[in-house]
Design a binder for this molecule. Structure first.
Ligand SMILES: NC(=O)c1ccc[n+]([C@@H]2O[C@H](COP(=O)([O-])OP(=O)(O)OC[C@H]3O[C@@H](n4cnc5c(N)ncnc54)[C@H](OP(=O)(O)O)[C@@H]3O)[C@@H](O)[C@H]2O)c1
Length: 287
């Protein structure tokens, strides 16, 4: 069974992998945070490889701050593009596989129909541009690789929409949330479980890209309302428009990922988002 390096282990998704790793005792996972392994530094990667000689990399390291990326453009590229070049160089040299994550924001969402893996990309902000650049490095590489594109990632860890809404609800009882951005939430714990479970599926590497998310198309407003309904701390959620609250980065308004490829090819049935949200809130309460 594979020895795998998990980079960016202290980020949201990295912590999801850590939380479920014990469910997969046959996978030997090495978790490394940014302090131990900076993916922008090739020599740091080589050093970690020499210590652990893994067969694959699950790359949870990323620059993920959408608005800040409009200002820190170079930093976003350094991590999301140059970092992937370094991973690929090592993977090609040592014959490793790479599992990587990207975002629904590589699409502009203007067509308002669910988006398939091969649809044309058109990032609307620098974060998404840098993520797309990283995807391209990987898909043009000679190593075994997969990019999971996910949307609205949430979990009990790190920074995400659900935790932000819960935090806001402690300070005020009426929260305004946009009703004109549509998507599918992705539960990080389920995503990590899918990766570790399907890794040994004979058809896993048949594609370079999978779209993965929970079942159900919703607005951010719907999502926040359910957080209120399911959490102990009830609060009022009032709908507003994206134009009422302009952000530094432009955001796609309809990035609904079509997940049929992974469902059919790897025999998957993603959880409905309400079920995933409930499980996430239970874990948050236990923390
Ligand atoms: N969050 C979302 O809603 C969302 C949606 C769609 C797709 N995604 C994608 O899903 C993946 C996981 O996202 P996430 O929410 O887990 O992001 P995250 O919480 O920001 O985690 C990323 C981790 O990478 C670390 N990191 C930054 N630069 C690094 C470097 N040079 N070397 C090694 N590690 C580095 C970060 O450390 P510091 O925090 O200390 O910098 C952080 O621990 C990313 O590829 C992201 O683009 C996320």
């Amino acid at each position: 069974m594979p020895n795998i390096l998990v980079t960016g282990a202290e980020g949201q998704l990295g912590q999801c992998f850590q939380a479920i790793a014990k469910e997969f005792p046959t996978h030997k996972l090495f978790f490394v945070s940014k302090n131990t392994l900076d993916i922008t530094k090739a020599e740091s990667l080589e050093r970690v490889y020499n210590q652990h000689s893994f067969e694959g990399i699950i790359n949870c390291a990323a620059y993920s701050k959408v608005d800040e990326a409009e200002i820190e453009i170079e930093k976003a590229y350094q991590i999301n593009h140059k970092g992937i070049q370094n991973l690929v160089a090592l993977a090609e040299h040592k014959d490793l596989f790479i599992i990587h994550f990207s975002t629904d924001y590589v699409f502009d969402g203007r067509e308002r129909i669910p988006i398939k893996e091969d649809n044309a990309t058109n990032p609307l902000n620098h974060y998404a541009e840098s993520k797309l650049a990283g995807e391209k490095v990987l898909s043009n590489s000679n190593c075994s690789n997969i990019t999971f594109r996910v949307s609205w990632l949430f979990s009990p860890f790190g920074s995400n929409f659900v935790k932000k809404i819960l935090r806001l609800s402690e300070a005020k009882k009426d929260i305004k949330v946009v009703k004109d951005q549509f998507g599918k939430p992705t539960y990080g714990i389920d995503l990590a479980r899918v990766v570790l479970d399907k890794l040994t599926h004979s058809g896993f590497f048949d594609f370079h890209c999978y779209h993965y998310a929970c079942k159900g198309i919703i607005s951010r407003f719907d999502f926040a309302k359910k957080v209120s309904e399911f959490s102990k701390n009830h609060f009022v959620v009032t709908p507003c428009l994206t134009s009422d609250y302009p952000t530094t980065a432009l955001r796609s308004k309809y990035t609904v990922l079509d997940t049929k490829r992974i469902e059919n090819h790897l025999s998957l049935d993603p959880s409905p988002w309400e079920n995933a949200l409930q499980r996430c809130l239970e874990r948050i309460e236990l923390k």
